[in-house]
Design a binder for this molecule. Structure first.
Ligand SMILES: Cc1cc2nc3c(=O)[nH]c(=O)nc-3n(C[C@H](O)[C@H](O)[C@H](O)COP(=O)(O)OP(=O)(O)OC[C@H]3O[C@@H](n4cnc5c(N)ncnc54)[C@H](O)[C@@H]3O)c2cc1C
Length: 571
């Protein structure tokens, strides 16, 4: 793969050469690039983000901000802004399955307004409904507020080359057409599904490039609710005689709706009249509405074979392209950004070992593949309704079909609506920078999340006596939790970290219920909030442990470790 990088053309001499080498160059100002820039800035790392557009969102895609992403927003101080976004917090979030808005209801999963649902007990945050045209500006403002972040809109990456110590990119200003060369230590492609960074790095996408050709239509109709008797709901899934064929989603909880013709693997171009007819079919009659935008797009099931090559990295849709069924795409991408950010910081600050940045692929690529697969499973379930020609008939047979299809569909779709396990239960199982404790992994289930401080997992949330969450203790450096431990007992590990210039804080905790949750006397939590190590006593070789978690030496493979791991397993 490295060879492929060498054949990229030389930069022409006429271009302006920028003398200063910036630490991190981020390509793409979608939610993932913005989150990465914001988190790097929050760590005080200099970075430049370039985005080819002016940042306006014409077709908001994501709107579900998952619970883990909200935990990151908590860390960044963004929760009040997300909660204050204009999406109405009392708008019911029901998912309804129906033949048309004015037709038969087959089933419904009821959810209260987003502001009326309490956070799950396992998190200090609830998931939020904050569409992309509201969420991106929040992330943009956050990133722009960091002193070490420079954002350049209307600026496009044209190409880049890698050398031993730097990456040199050719970029173009969309307004003036002026080109310049910019050098950076690292380049991060957050440039979406058609990523130029990924292509230039020669990284292949693995999986299925076409699940469906889908057409999304944003339409405005302030009086839609008055046309039918189904009441307010977030998502409507339309099932006709041919099976599931379209959806309507309340994208701003007011006057705008996203209609999707789900389609299949055959490419289809619709005329405006055909689109209008399809919207009328879903609603169940003629009515006044205005089409604001139409976006044909391809639903994919792809994960990159690797997330990095040399000094180039990819994150977000550049690294994984998944069906939106489940609302995992951006949330997975922001997880990528948080994993990569502290590793970049460590590398630039000099305390990260050579294995730290490569561990980004080992940790995040399996999570990308997991979430891509779950999203496709959700799509398959949604489309699994067989053809029922009688489903809209006003006959006893039609009613019986509706009851059967509705019951089965309602049961099956719950897997997509309840996904705490996906958002919180991901773990870095084979991570080279976590120190396993030999305990068996809990099941990885889409619906259920079992809090555990097993190395590789998200360090669990619990409320501290002072009203903070344990999650509020983690972030800028490593945090060594000690349950009922005095600083002197934690000193070997703290001293080892300081010897290697690894930022660390020791936090003694007394709460017995948190000690029980973490299940060991000590737990070392990484800057991204994942557990790196836990044990009831200090490690025999604290420097070795620190060298493993900072990626300077490979993980514990020696006999002594293996013996202890086996003993722990048997216990
Ligand atoms: C209908 C739909 C609903 C969805 N709902 C959800 C949801 O509820 N929750 C969820 O988590 N996900 C959802 N997703 C997925 C989510 O929208 C994406 O995963 C997310 O937008 C990816 O963010 P990103 O920053 O990686 O990429 P993008 O949002 O694609 O941003 C990439 C950016 O890079 C810029 N760029 C590209 N090339 C260059 C270049 N050469 N130079 C400079 N800039 C460049 C682009 O202009 C763009 O702004 C949904 C997707 C769809 C289609």
């Amino acid at each position: 793969m490295r060879d492929r990088l060498r054949i990229i053309t030389q930069m022409p001499e006429y271009m302006k050469v920028q003398e200063k080498i910036i630490p991190v160059l981020i390509i793409g100002g979608g939610p993932v690039g913005l989150a990465l820039a914001g988190d790097l800035g929050w760590r005080g790392i200099d970075c430049v983000l370039i985005e080819q557009t002016d940042g306006s969102i014409y077709q908001p895609r994501m709107d579900l901000v998952g619970v883990r992403t909200m935990e990151f927003c908590r860390r960044w101080g963004l929760v009040p802004t997300v909660e204050a976004s204009p999406y109405p917090r009392d708008y019911p979030q029901d998912n309804i399955y129906l033949t048309s808005l004015t037709g038969y209801e087959l089933g419904r999963e009821r959810f209260p307004g987003i502001g009326q649902a309490p956070p799950p007990p396992v998190s200090p945050q609830r998931r939020e409904r904050c569409p992309q045209n509201m969420f991106d500006p929040i992330l943009r403002q956050f990133a722009a507020a960091q002193r070490s972040v420079t954002m350049r809109y209307r600026t496009r990456l044209l190409s880049f080359t890698q050398a031993a110590d730097t990456v040199t990119a050719e970029i173009e200003n969309a307004e003036s057409g002026a080109r310049e060369r910019i050098s950076a230590r690292y380049i991060i492609g957050c440039d979406g599904a058609r990523s130029l960074v990924r292509e230039t790095l020669g990284i292949k996408m693995l999986g299925n490039p076409v699940l469906t050709y889908t057409t999304n239509v944003i339409f405005r109709c302030p009086h839609l609710l008055s046309l039918h008797d189904k009441g307010k709901a977030y998502r409507h899934i339309f099932i006709g005689p041919e099976g599931t064929w379209s959806t309507i989603v309340a994208i701003n909880g007011n006057d705008q709706w996203r209609f999707s013709i789900i389609g299949n693997t055959a490419k289809q171009d619709y005329t405006t009249e055909e689109i209008k007819a399809a919207i009328r079919r879903a609603v169940g009659g003629d009515f006044e509405f205005e089409i604001l935008s139409v976006l044909p797009w391809v639903r994919r099931e792809l994960t990159a074979e690797t997330y990095c090559n040399g000094r180039g990295f990819i994150a977000g849709d550049a690294a994984h392209a998944m069906s939106p069924t489940g609302g995992f795409g951006m949330n997975t991408g922001i997880g990528d950004a948080v994993d990569l950010s502290w590793k970049l910081a460590a590398a630039l600050e000099g305390w990260g070992g050579d294995g730290l940045l490569p561990s980004y692929t080992s940790e995040r690529q399996p999570i990308g593949a997991r979430n891509v697969a779950e999203a496709s499973g959700n799509l398959r379930r949604m489309l699994s309704v067989a053809s029922h020609p009688e489903i809209t008939d006003d006959t006893p047979q039609g009613a019986a079909t509706r009851a059967k299809v509705g019951g089965e569909f309602s049961e099956m779709m719950r897997r997509e609506w309840f996904t705490l396990g996906i958002h919180l239960g991901y773990r870095y199982e084979a991570s080279p920078i976590c120190w396993p404790d030999g305990s068996p992994p809990p099941p990885d289930e889409a619906r259920h999340y079992s809090p555990t401080a097993r190395p590789g997992h998200r360090a669990p949330h619990a409320w501290l006596a002072d009203g903070r969450s344990t999650l509020d203790l983690f972030g800028r450096g490593f945090t060594l939790l000690g349950f009922g431990a005095r600083p002197a007992e934690a000193a070997p590990l703290v001293d080892a970290a300081r010897t290697r210039h690894v930022p660390i804080d020791f936090v003694p905790l007394e709460e017995p219920q948190i000690a029980a949750l973490y299940a060991r006397k000590f737990a070392l939590v990484r800057p991204d909030g994942h557990v790196a190590w836990r044990d009831d006593r200090m490690p025999d070789d604290p420097l070795r442990l620190i060298d493993v978690v900072r990626g300077a030496v490979t993980g514990p493979g020696d006999d002594a470790w293996q013996e202890r791991a086996n003993a722990a397993k048997m216990a």
